[in-house]
Design a protein around this ligand. Sequence first.
Ligand code: ADP
Ligand code: MG
Length: 338
Amino acid sequence: MKKNVILYGLAVLLLLGLTVRTARVPGEKKLARTEFLMDTIVNIVVFSRDRQVGEEALRLAFNEMERLEALLDRHLDTSDVAKINRAAGEAPVAVAGETLDVVRKSLQAGAQTGGAFDITVAPVLSLWGFGTDGEKVPSAEELAKALRLVDFQKVMVNETAGTVFLETKGSEIDLGGIAKGYIVDRAAEILLAQGVTSAYLDAGGDIRVIGTKPDGSPWRIGVRHPRNRRDVIAVIELTDCAIVTSGDYERFFVAGDVRYHHIIDPSTGYPAKGLASVTVVAPDAFTADALSTAGFVLGLEAAMDLIESMEDIEAIIVSEDGKVHVSSGLEGKVTILS
Ligand code: ADP
Ligand code: MG
């Protein structure tokens, strides 16, 4: 499973590598750094006139991403999220401002998507065991029991005290559907604060671009074909925004000819049906990450309705039958390749 993730990441790098190589402006240096973080390949490319400024910006951005991952990874015993989960039903837990921030925004995303995005799906995810040695299809009874613990409205954030409290014993939160987006945004903020005006950041398909390419042209981003790993299904030109994809091909297992993937419909406990991938374009990666996961759960019609109702948010949705659906604001701006 891990191998799949790595191959996917590499394919993204190759794709974007081709894109960036076309940009050659005298005096601009291209600086890049790649690391394995958040269970995926994270790649940042910065264009800078001053090599030292660019390198320092990269160093600070990666430091920040590592720091935030250590707070937000529920599988790490010392993380804020693990502490919150261990104290479920017992006591509020004092956490870092960033953790408070992600949890609060995640609850807003839950409300905004009618519960399609729900960070309390963790007990259900654990039953499925995606990405572990214990992958299996849970029994209906197991799922029903775990589902009783799922309700983002039972997560209490106390801004003044700086605490998060899970009201129900046994409940847990998982920020896997959102942490990458949040962390990519924070890294982008660091680059901006260091004076970087042209860069792209990619955390395994959670992409944010700063400014334009050094020659002033937009970044060309490829949307992966959900079934043919090596192919791109659409190409879009973007400046200063985020583009994030959720797909059923990133983490899944096959049992009895059925593909079970890691995006769970919180109303059933089963992987959401109907779509192969949802790509969302938004001003920031947090919004795009939440909406791509939620859109996947909502299905084509409800996802498009939600996207169309929001300003500055667009989507490219590939349904299970391979059809590509584009929101109205992107018509004429996307090249569909299949
Ligand atoms: P990826 O992490 O592969 O880029 P997503 O952003 O869609 O893709 O995140 C999927 C992850 O989100 C799952 O691995 C799980 O941790 C979490 N998750 C699954 N279903 C939901 C849901 N309905 N709401 C919120 N988070 C979810
Ligand atoms: Mg997501």
